[in-house]
Design a protein around this ligand. Structure first.
Ligand code: M6R
Length: 616
C-alpha cells in the first residue's frame, strides 16, 4: 500500500528518496512523487505509474536539496493522476506533505477550509490535511520558530479522525522533517550525518540498522543531527533506539527472477528459523516462552479465537484443524475485518491470536485492539520484529522468515503453518497428548525442511505441468479436512498473480454447486490426504472425471489412483498428518508462480494488490 520515504542530511536528498522508493516498491502503488527543499522553495515532481518514470523526470530536473519527502500512492480517494499523487502542497506552497492512511472526516475539514478561502487541486483527503496545517501555522505565534512547525501539525491532528502516517516539510525549515502516526507505521532510521523517516525499514536498511519505531499518537521532529518525540497530547517521549535484525541483501533478488520465486525456494531455511529454539530439551514438545503465559494459565484456556486476513487467515483455518485435533481446545477463525465490528460474545477463558506477516494490516490491528479493549489476552504470530501488532500484543511468536518482498505471501505462510502446528503440539502436550505422540511429532517437524527441499527439487517438472495448464481461465482447488485451507490458499495464490479465476472448496462441497463449473475448460487441482479420507477424495475426483474435467492431483508417494483418473500427478513425501498442509502448499505455490510467469504477469507486483494493507 502507500509508502513514505523522507530524508534530511548532508547529501542531496534525491538519491536516498528514489532509492528508498524503489526498495518499498513491493508494497504496491500506482503513482509516485518527491518534494525537495530547494533554496527556500519546495519543488514537487509527481508521476502516475512506475518509479522509473518518476526517476527519469527527477534526473531531468536534478533537484539538489538536502531535505525531501517521497511517496508511493495506492489510490483510495481519486483516480491515478498526477494531481492526486503525493506529495501535496499547501495553497501557499509553504508545506509539502506525504500521507499514508485515510482522513475520515476530510469532507468536514475541507468545507471549513473552503470557507476560509482555501482551494483544492486534487480529490484526495491528504491535500486537506496539508492545508489544515498551513491554516494552523498562520495562527501560531511567529516569534516561536522552534515550536511553530510542530505545533501547527499537532493542532491539526487534534481535528483529524482516521488513520495516518505523515511526514511534512516546510520552506521556512531547510533541515527539518516532522512526522506523526496513527495506525500507520513510521520508523526513523538514524544514519551517519543523515536521518530517514519512512513507513518501512526496507527503505533505508542499506544505510542504517539503528531505528526508532514511532507509536500511535506520537509526533517526531527530525533534523540531520537530532530528533525529539512528543505526543499529540503534548507529552515528552523517551525514544528507544533499536537494531533491525536483517540486512539489505536479504531483500535483494540474487540469482532469482522474482522475489516470489526466491521466497518459495527459501522455505526450507524459513521453516528451520521458525522452529529454532522452540523444541524442549527432551524433544517431546514445543516451547513458546514469548506467549508470556504459564502452563497453568494455558491449561485454563477453553476457547481460542484466531483473527487474520487473506493468506494469514488460511493459516488460522489450519490452526483450527490442528489445535482441535491435537489439543482438544475449541477454535474459531474470524476474518479480522468482521471480528472488529461483530461484537462477538466471548467467555472469560478465551484466548485470542492475531496472525499477520507484516504486523501492520489495519483490520488485524483493529481486531487486536478490540479484543484487548474487551479484556482478552491477545497474542500475535508475526514476521516483522517491531511491527505495530508485535508491539501492541500481549505476547506472541515471531516467525523469523526474513523479509517477504513478493506481494503473494509464500514463505511467511508456511512459517505460520509450522508455528500453528507447533502450537497444537505445545498445547496438546499440556493436556492429553502422550509423550510418544509428542516425540513422533517433534521428529516429523525436524524432517520437514528436507522434505520441502525434495519438493523444490521437482520444480522443473511442476513448471512443465504449469505450462500445460496456463491457458485455462478457471480453476478449482479441492481438498478435505486439513487440506481444505490449502485449497483456499492455492486458489488465492493463483488468482492474485495470474488473474485467473480460481475457487477453493472442501472437495465434498463440489456436488453442492461448484460441480456446475466442471468442463474440459475448468481443471481441478485435488489436494489429497494421506489418511482414510483419501478414498472419499477419490470419489470426488471420479465425479469430476465423469464430467470431462481435467485433474491435477497432489499426493503422497505410495498413493495409488485408478487408471485414467488423474491427468497429472505431483508427488510429495509422506509426512505426519499435521505437516501435510505445508508439503501440499509448496506445489500449489510453484504451480501458481509458473502459470503466472507463463502468462507474462508481473509476479512481484500484481495489479491492484498491496503487500501490507493499511487501510480498512
Ligand atoms: O501482512 P498480513 O499477513 O497481515 O497480510 C494479510 C493479507 O493481506 C495477505 O496475506 C494477502 O492476502 C496476501 N496478498 C497473500 O498473498
Amino acid at each position: 500500500m502507500c509508502g513514505i520515504v523522507s530524508y534530511t542530511g548532508k547529501r542531496s536528498a534525491r538519491q536516498a528518496l528514489i532509492d528508498g522508493l524503489k526498495r518499498i516498491e513491493y508494497r504496491g502503488y500506482d503513482s509516485a512523487g518527491i518534494a525537495t527543499h530547494e533554496k527556500d522553495t519546495l519543488q514537487v515532481i509527481r508521476k502516475p505509474g512506475r518509479i522509473e518514470v518518476l526517476a527519469e523526470e527527477v534526473d531531468k530536473v536534478e533537484p539538489e536539496g538536502t531535505l525531501g519527502i517521497a511517496h508511493t500512492r495506492w489510490a483510495t480517494h481519486g483516480e491515478v493522476t498526477e494531481a492526486n499523487a503525493h506529495p501535496h502542497l499547501s495553497n501557499n506552497g509553504k508545506f509539502a506533505l506525504v500521507h499514508n492512511g485515510i482522513i475520515e472526516n476530510y469532507v468536514t475539514i475541507k468545507k471549513f477550509l473552503e470557507s476560509e478561502g482555501y482551494t483544492f487541486s486534487s480529490e484526495t483527503d491528504s491535500e486537506v490535511l496539508v492545508n489544515l496545517i498551513s491554516y494552523h501555522y498562520d495562527k501560531e505565534p511567529k516569534n516561536d520558530k522552534n515550536n511553530r512547525f510542530c505545533e501547527s501539525i499537532r493542532k491539526s491532528l487534534l481535528h483529524v479522525e482516521g488513520t495516518y502516517g505523515i511526514v511534512v516539510i516546510c520552506d521556512d525549515y531547510p533541515n527539518d522533517l516532522v512526522g506523526a502516526r496513527k495506525s500507520s507505521p513510521l520508523i526513523l532510521g538514524i544514519g551517519k550525518d543523515e536521518k530517514i523517516l519512512a513507513s518501512d525499514v526496507s527503505a533505508f536498511v542499506k544505510r542504517t540498522q539503528d531505528v526508532v519505531y514511532l507509536r500511535d499518537g506520537e509526533i517526531i521532529h527530525v533534523t540531520e543531527d537530532d530528533f525529539s518525540i512528543t505526543t499529540v497530547t503534548q507529552k515528552d517521549v523517551t525514544a528507544v533506539i533499536e537494531k533491525i535484525e536483517w540486512k539489505a541483501e536479504d531483500a535483494e533478488l540474487g540469482s532469482f527472477k522474482h522475489f516470489m520465486e526466491k521466497e518459495i525456494f527459501e522455505q526450507p531455511t524459513a521453516l528451520e528459523n521458525a522452529m529454532r529454539g522452540h523444541f524442549s530439551e527432551d524433544a517431546t514438545t514445543a516451547i513458546f516462552g514469548g506467549l508470556n503465559m504459564s502452563a497453568q494459565e494455558l491449561r485454563q484456556v477453553d476457547r481460542i479465537i484466531f483473527c487474520a486476513c487473506g493468506t494469514a487467515w488460511h493459516a488460522c483455518l489450519t490452526a483450527e484443524y490442528l489445535i482441535e485435533r491435537y489439543a482438544r481446545i475449541p477454535v474459531e477463525v474470524e476474518y479480522a475485518s468482521e471480528f472488529r465490528y461483530r461484537n462477538a460474545p466471548l467467555d472469560k477463558n478465551t484466548l485470542v491470536f492475531v496472525v499477520s506477516q507484516s504486523g501492520e494490516t489495519l483490520d488485524t490491528l483493529a481486531a487486536l485492539r478490540e479484543s484487548q479493549r474487551k479484556g482478552y489476552r491477545t497474542l500475535a504470530i508475526n514476521n516483522v520484529v517491531g511491527s505495530t501488532i508485535a508491539r501492541e500484543s500481549d505476547g506472541g511468536i515471531y516467525q523469523h522468515a526474513g523479509p517477504e518482498i513478493g506481494v503473494a505471501s509464500t514463505k511467511a505462510f508456511t512459517s505460520q503453518l509450522v508455528i500453528v502446528a507447533m502450537l497444537a503440539l505445545y498445547l496438546g502436550r499440556m493436556r492429553d497428548m502422550s509423550l510418544g505422540d509428542g516425540s513422533q511429532f517433534v521428529n516429523a517437524l525436524k524432517q520437514l525442511p528436507e522434505q520441502v527441499h525434495q519438493i523444490l527439487e521437482k520444480s522443473h517438472y511442476i513448471q512443465e505441468i504449469a505450462q500445460k495448464y496456463a491457458h485455462h481461465e478457471d480453476f478449482l482447488f479441492l481438498g478435505r479436512q486439513i487440506l481444505f485451507p490449502i485449497a483456499l490458499e492455492g486458489a488465492l495464490k493463483l488468482k492474485e498473480i495470474s488473474y485467473i479465476h480460481a475457487e477453493g472448496y472442501p472437495a465434498a462441497e463440489l456436488k453442492h454447486g461448484p460441480i456446475a463449473l466442471i468442463s474440459p475448460k475448468c481443471p481441478s487441482v485435488f489436494l489429497t490426504n494421506q489418511e482414510s479420507i483419501f478414498n472419499k477424495t477419490l470419489a470426488n475426483m471420479q465425479e469430476v472425471k465423469a464430467r470431462k474435467g481435467e485433474i491435477l492431483a497432489i499426493a503422497a508417494a505410495g498413493r495409488i489412483f485408478p487408471e485414467g483418473l488423474v491427468d497429472d500427478l505431483i508427488i510429495v513425501p509422506p509426512a505426519h498428518a499435521a505437516l501435510q498442509p505445508i508439503l501440499a502448499t509448496i506445489p500449489v505455490q510453484l504451480l501458481s508462480y509458473y502459470i503466472a510467469v507463463e502468462r507474462g504477469c508481473d509476479v512481484d507486483k500484481p495489479r491492484n494488490l498491496a503487500k501490507s494493507v493499511t487501510v480498512e
